[in-house]
Design a protein around this ligand. Structure first.
Ligand code: MN
Ligand code: MN
Length: 468
């Protein structure tokens, strides 16, 4: 409700609906932005697909691979580096010397899903299946009886990579995990939601026609392996060196009669990935050198070679520093980091009216009220969080006001209800200012996540303002 009393207006904070605050021009841009975002989500359902899409965007926007840049004068240059196809680093070099600090936005490219095991194929009761091991925090019951697609890379002993995507085109089959009929589920229905579907029951239905050769023991399994071999030329053993992910099949779609929302898989954290990519791709001649860093493995704790805890971030920063000062020391690198600012670009949970009581409503982000600035994450008394400084919050709030970015603050749920963390703390280790800033979602980590188009556009505007 709009505040009428002038004193109330002066003294009291009010959360605003972004759509109300947007000009007709901003509304138009919001809807346009959402179209590009949906295409990005549809094409980028795995880590490597997101990096491929990101690289295409970078090259189209004039970014040059790091290894092709000549040392010397490089002002205004746009550089990118791809680390093993699972990390992407982009930088636009600023007018000010890099020694005065840089601006970093970091987002993660991985999303919860079902990974095929090393020996996935088996048959039972005249049906063939793929065994999976779920990745990230999922509610297992959400992943049964929905259409799934397989996206994978199989690496042969000779190093040759075989890419496969099955289940996205109309003429292709989809995959699914079966569930018990309600008629016979009286035991299952008494179990908790956590135990109702067990991890080892997340087996993907793979086929049912037996191999014509009746001498073999497992004819349906053999028929499936033969089909894979005929089409992709790999064997059962080759699956040991593969990444095959089962993800929800189908395109990102508009949701709601007014088409104000987007329903799609993987919006945590690809909404922030896309928004930061768009912001840096459109950035021209910034004062300060800017970075966009896309990392893997956030959903399983940011461990691993392409994660926010790996030193690949430092390596890229060092390479950029090396372009201007080949004799730079580690001390210089540390000084740059100490005077830098970073945004940990990750999603937050919008209030879901069906589950209001997990929130403390005065401090929870709302869908449609703009990008969310989160001073701290963590659980159990801010545990495991890197709380941003008030100075940095003040800086950003001033910046957002100047650039007309609609924003809100938000805590993830009420105290001791649960909680979560982001990569913010791994950047904070380098002694730079860092804060979480991203889009509020409904149904986070579900096969179909929901985001508001005005929030997505506000996220992009926030990142653009930060870079500029
Ligand atoms: Mn996330
Ligand atoms: Mn997540």
């Amino acid at each position: 409700m709009e505040k009428k009393n002038p004193l109330e207006k002066k003294l009291c904070y009010e959360r605003k609906l972004a759509w109300d605050e947007f000009s007709p021009e901003s509304r138009k841009k919001t809807l346009e932005f959402a179209e590009g975002y949906k295409e990005f989500l549809t094409r980028g359902k795995t880590e490597w697909e997101v990096i491929t899409e990101g690289t295409k965007m970078a090259e189209k926007a004039g970014f040059i691979p790091l290894e092709k840049i000549k040392k010397g004068s490089f002002k205004g240059k746009r550089v990118y580096a791809d680390n093993r196809g699972k990390n992407l680093f982009l930088s636009v070099l600023g007018k000010k010397p890099i020694s005065e600090g840089v601006r970093i936005i970091i987002a993660h490219i991985d999303s919860p899903r079902l990974d095929l095991k090393a020996h996935p194929v088996y048959e039972e009761e005249n049906l063939a299946f793929f065994k999976t091991h779920y990745y990230g925090g999922i509610k297992k019951y959400q992943w049964v009886t929905i259409p799934l697609a397989l996206h994978g890379v199989v690496v042969l002993k000779n190093g040759k990579k075989i890419n496969l995507v099955i289940g996205e085109k109309k003429e292709e089959p989809v995959f699914t995990i079966t569930d018990l009929l309600p008629h016979l589920a009286s035991d299952q229905m008494k179990k908790s939601l956590e135990k109702g579907i067990e991890g080892e029951a997340l087996n993907i239905l793979a086929g049912s026609i037996p191999h014509q050769n009746k001498d073999v023991k497992e004819r349906i399994k053999l028929a499936i392996l033969e089909k894979l071999n005929q089409k992709y030329n790999f064997t059962e053993e080759d699956l040991v060196s593969s990444n095959i992910e089962a993800v929800p099949a189908g395109e990102a779609r508009d949701a709601g009669l007014d088409k104000s929302l987007i329903a799609a898989y993987g919006q945590d954290d690809r909404v922030c990935v896309y928004s930061s990519l768009k912001a840096i791709c459109e950035l021209k001649n910034p004062e300060t050198t800017c970075f966009c860093m896309l990392v893997d493995k956030e959903e399983i704790g940011s461990e691993g070679v392409n994660s926010a805890q790996s030193t690949s971030l430092l390596s890229f920063l060092s390479e950029i520093l090396n372009l201007s000062s080949p004799k730079a020391t580690e001390l210089q690198l540390r000084r740059i980091l100490s005077s830098s600012q970073a945004i940990s670009a990750d999603v937050n949970a919008g209030v879901d009216p069906a589950y209001k009581d997990v929130n403390e409503l005065r401090n929870s982000p709302r869908i449609g009220c703009g990008v969310v600035l989160t001073k701290f994450t963590g659980k159990g008394g801010k545990g495991g969080s890197s709380e941003a400084s008030s100075e940095f919050v003040a800086y950003l709030r001033n910046l957002f006001e100047k650039r007309k970015v609609i924003w809100q603050t938000g805590e993830l749920g009420k105290i001791d209800q649960g909680g979560g963390g982001t990569v913010a703390k791994y950047l904070a280790r380098y002694n730079c200012e860092v804060i979480d800033c991203g889009t509020a979602l409904l149904s986070m980590h579900a096969p179909l996540e929901i985001a508001h188009k005005a929030d997505i556009y506000s996220t992009y505007q926030a990142y653009s303002a930060f870079y500029k």
